[in-house]
Structure formats: C-alpha cells, structure tokens
Design a protein around this ligand. Structure first.
Ligand code: FAD
Ligand code: NAP
Length: 246
C-alpha cells in the first residue's frame, strides 16, 4: 500500500551522545495516541527511505519528537545524523501500534521497563493523564550502557515533582559505575532482589510494559514467567505488554 508522506521541518535536535539523538520536528500529522509509532524518512537517491520510530512527544504537543541511536551501517540512521535545523523530514500521515494505555489491563503497579531508546515511548505515555489516573504506583526502570545515555533526566525530574508519591525511577548503567544507579542488567537486578527491595513485590496486581532491546524483552518475559505473569493479548489479557525495536 502506498504511503502518504507529509513534509515536515526539523525544529531542534538534542545530541545526548555522538550516537544518540532526539529530533523534534513540525507536527502536521493527524491525531495519534501516546505509545504509538510512525514512520519517518529521508529522500535518499531520489527515494524516500523510512523506518518506524516511537513518538516521544505526546498528542497534545504541537511538535513531533523521536529518539534514535545511530546504527553505523544502517540505511537511514547515518543520514538522520546529518540533519540540520529546517531540513525536510518525511513523516507518514498516520501513526500505528498497540503499545498504548488502552491495551494495558488495570492493576495497582505499572512497571515501565526500557533499555536505550526504549525510554522514549514511556516519556510520551507519562506526559498523558491515563497512567497516573489508572495506577497507584508507577515504576520507571531505564537500562543503559553508560551514564551519558541516561536521557530525558529533566523531564523525569518534572514527573517526579508532579507525582512525588506515585513515581519511582530506577537507573541501571551496565558498563560503568556511577552514583545513584544500579550496575547490572535489569533482569539481573530483579533476580537478585535489588529492584524489588526498592519497589516492592512483583505479582499479578502488576502490569509490565517492556520496550527496547529484544534480548532484554525476551529475558524479562522469561523471568516474569517465573512470577506467573504472561503476555497480554486481546484474546487473553495478561500482565506483560511489549514493543520490540529490532
Ligand atoms: C515499532 C518500532 C519502533 C521503533 N522505534 C525506534 C525508536 O524509537 N528509536 C530507534 O532508535 N529505533 C526504533 N526502531 C528501530 C528503527 O525502526 C530502525 O530499525 C533503526 O533506526 C535502524 O534503522 P537503519 O535504517 O539505520 O538500519 P537498517 O539498515 O534498517 O539496519 C537495521 C539493522 O540494525 C539493527 N538495528 C535496528 N534497530 C536498531 C537499534 N535501535 N539499535 C541497534 N541496532 C538496531 C538490526 O540488527 C537491524 O537488522 C523501531 C522499530 C520498530 C519496529
Ligand atoms: N549506545 C550507543 O551510543 C551506540 C552507538 C553505536 C551503535 N550502537 C548500537 O545500537 C544498538 C543499541 O544500543 P543501545 O546502547 O541503545 O542499547 P543496548 O545495546 O540494547 O544496551 C542498553 C542496555 O540494555 C542492556 N542489555 C543488553 N542485552 C540485555 C538483555 N538480554 N537483558 C537485559 N539487558 C540487556 C545493556 O547491557 P550490557 O551493557 O550488559 O550489554 C545496556 O545496559 C546496539 O546494537 C549498539 O551496538 C549503540
């Protein structure tokens, strides 16, 4: 099916590291739901090359934002890396995906587990009211290799200030030791009880949303299986909703 492309201009970029960048661009697309992804593309040799990206922005904001990691031999991301303010980016005219709050069953605790750029979609969700209204407690866990990849710190601080008794934020940094962050992969830090000592037990009153590295997601699904939690499907509601990036 042919894609309808909308031309949009780059408004701003944040270079978190040499390879990790957020791009903000004009929002000219129809309404979307927090948690969805859209396709963004660039004209390369006369053809639009595009890939799906989760939106970090929220539906009420007048810009679109995504965060990407540069895949050095990738087809699109090295070109995204050359973008400058006011350059043209092509955005698909609609957003899709089921990693949205309406697909997550009710519960007491909402665990948002991300590695790398997987954090972005949770930033979008947390900018909306639904997670705060539906869950007593929200636990955001972000796993990265190095401390400079701990993105959106200011935004998370704002969430913490707005919801001081509702949000717990755990950082894991695996390839260096820093203060106030755990130093192991997320599933390991759950297995050795470090995370549950801080955030409380995992049981069927918990809903998990997992996003990022597919190996992390597979490991988490296996681990949560040991607690009796299963994938959430429309035909059979469960406790684990997930989005894999590759
Ligand atoms: C629903 C969905 C949402 C996505 N959201 C994001 C997002 O928010 N941010 C983001 O950076 N990516 C996201 N991706 C991945 C993205 O679509 C691209 O695959 C990625 O940016 C690489 O594109 P490329 O053309 O440079 O590489 P390609 O030429 O397409 O090469 C892809 C190869 O690189 C590897 N790869 C793909 N994505 C990654 C990655 N993120 N990290 C490491 N290796 C990777 C895989 O082995 C893959 O086979 C998402 C993918 C899906 C399916
Ligand atoms: N980060 C960058 O600046 C950069 C630059 C160029 C290319 N890339 C490429 O882009 C891709 C994504 O990089 P990324 O840094 O965003 O993400 P990543 O490699 O997925 O790492 C993010 C975090 O996920 C952890 N992790 C990996 N496998 C896991 C598993 N099975 N279970 C639990 N946690 C797991 C990593 O731990 P470990 O440290 O223990 O692996 C790290 O803490 C990689 O293929 C990478 O080679 C990244």
């Amino acid at each position: 099916m042919a894609i309808n492309w909308i031309e949009s201009k780059v408004i701003d970029q944040i270079k978190w590291t040499d390879d990790l960048v957020s791009i903000r661009f004009e929002n000219k697309v129809p309404a979307y739901t927090a948690g969805q992804f859209t396709k963004i593309g660039l004209k390369i040799d006369g053809e639009i090359i595009s890939r799906p990206y989760s939106l970090v922005s929220a539906p009420h904001e007048d810009f679109l934002e995504v965060i990407y990691v540069n895949v050095p031999d990738g087809k699109l991301t090295p070109k995204l890396h050359n973008l400058k303010k006011d350059d043209t980016i092509y955005v698909m005219d609609k957003s899709s995906g089921f990693f949205v709050m309406d697909e997550v069953p009710d519960g007491d605790k909402l665990w948002l587990i991300a590695t790398g750029t997987g954090l972005g979609v949770f930033i979008s969700l947390l900018k909306t009211d639904a997670p705060w209204e539906r869950f007593k407690e929200i636990i955001l866990v972000h796993g990265v290799r190095t401390a400079d990849e701990l993105t959106y710190q200011k935004q998370i601080e704002e969430f913490q200030n707005e919801h001081p008794n509702q949000l717990k934020y755990i950082q894991t940094v695996t390839r260096e030791k820093i203060e106030n962050a755990l130093n192991s992969r997320i599933p390991e830090a759950i297995k050795d009880n470090t995370i549950t000592d801080i955030c409380g037990n995992i049981d069927k009153s918990s809903q998990f949303m997992l996003c990022g590295n597919p190996d992390m997601i597979n490991d988490m699904v296996d681990l949560l299986g040991e607690y009796g939690l299963e994938r959430n499907r429309r035909s059979k509601p469960g406790n684990i909703t997930l989005e894999k990036y590759w």
